[in-house]
Write a new protein. Structure first.
Length: 94
């Protein structure tokens, strides 16, 4: 991969995150971090969303630490950016 192709690849990828914690965070947590989704089930809470920049994830983790909330796991991954049209495969017509 050339530096140019890496830049193009990164431009079409979206970084996502998921944080699992023990306990219930309540509705106020989602208000504090905007677009972060909060789901609760069986004594745990899952926070997920788009990682605009690393500072967002750091801020959430610091906030959880300051509240004394037990962290179960943190995952990040890349997905194709849904807001960008992808090129058709060879031989495919649009």
């Amino acid at each position: 991969m050339t530096p140019h192709s890496i830049a193009i690849h990164d431009a079409f990828m979206e970084r996502r995150f998921r944080i699992d914690v023990r306990g219930s965070l309540g509705p106020d947590f989602q208000l504090a971090f905007g677009e972060v989704e909060v789901r609760e089930a069986a004594g745990t809470s899952e926070l997920s969303g788009r990682m605009v920049d690393p500072a967002l994830l750091d801020g959430i983790l610091s906030y959880l630490r300051d509240l004394g909330i037990e962290l179960i796991s943190v995952d990040t991954w890349e997905t194709p950016d849904r807001g960008v049209a992808t090129a058709p495969e060879e031989g495919e017509r649009r």
